[in-house]
Design a protein around this ligand. Structure first.
Ligand code: ADP
Ligand code: AMP
Length: 214
């Protein structure tokens, strides 16, 4: 099964992708996580991507497509999280899957209002060591500001600051939201109410995916 998680930044795609990938034995490919790791390790990709990410803009398609080509498992079985984000990326993905004899089964659209997204992004805290994601109110660590998994002090992502968030939402609306219609036309878009709490969204997601599998 190959799935795309589509939706605005902060909709909860990463949170749900991690849980679902673990439960179904799928590979979770988050371009955001891969890029942050490239930036941290100061790889050539990281050096090119950093300025775009800091401004809340999209990293150029050719860099993202090359990155996906590199990490895509031959046999598929992937949750793409935060990719594709442009029509050009969606077309490249389709070509790549086709070459491998694979296809997309479902595109799950995480439907949630802007005010919820802003609240989720402003309260998001991440572990700079292991990448675990928390929310100060909705998914807090056991000990204040400390990662449950590895004990590192949590941080706020640079691009979760208010000025950058505003730009990321505008970029989402202009460049990524057109994918909703693109996949609707292909008949594989499924809308998920992502405004409920993490457990409720997960139950609904699992129900939708199991319906497709059976
Ligand atoms: P995305 O990957 O779509 O950018 P995340 O999964 O990182 O979003 O979630 C954004 C923030 O919102 C995180 O702090 C996360 O803990 C929190 N969060 C995720 N899903 C929910 C939910 N259903 N209800 C409340 N908070 C959530
Ligand atoms: P995310 O973690 O998904 O919120 O992504 C963080 C940042 O990484 C985005 O604001 C973009 O700058 C960049 N990024 C992640 N995925 C993509 C993508 N598919 N295309 C272009 N830029 C991306």
């Amino acid at each position: 099964m190959n799935l795309v998680f589509l939706g605005p930044p902060g909709a909860g795609k990463g949170t749900q992708a991690k849980k679902l990938a673990q439960e179904l034995g799928l590979v979770h490919i988050s371009t955001g996580d891969l890029l942050r790791s490239a930036v941290k390790n100061q790889t050539p990709l990281g050096r090119k991507a950093k300025e775009y990410m800091d401004r809340g803009e999209l990293v150029p398609d050719e860099l993202i497509i090359a990155l996906i080509e590199e990490v895509m498992p031959e046999g598929g079985g992937v949750i793409f999280d935060g990719f594709p984000r442009t029509i050009a990326q969606a077309e490249a993905l389709e070509r790549m899957l086709e070459r491998k004899g694979l296809h997309l089964d479902m595109v799950i659209f995480f439907d949630v209002d802007d005010d919820v997204v802003v609240e989720r992004l402003s309260g998001r805290r991440v572990c700079p060591n292991c990448g675990a994601v928390y929310h100060i109110k909705y998914n807090p660590p056991k000990e204040d500001e400390i990662c449950d998994r590895c004990g590192t002090r949590l941080i706020q992502r640079e691009d979760d600051r208010e000025e950058v968030v505003r730009n990321r939402l505008a970029v989402y609306r202009e460049q990524t939201a057109p994918l909703i219609e693109y996949y609707e036309r292909k008949g594989i878009l499924i809308k998920l109410d992502a405004s409920k709490d993490i457990g409720e969204v997960y139950s609904e997601l699992l129900r939708l995916v199991n319906e497709e599998r059976n």
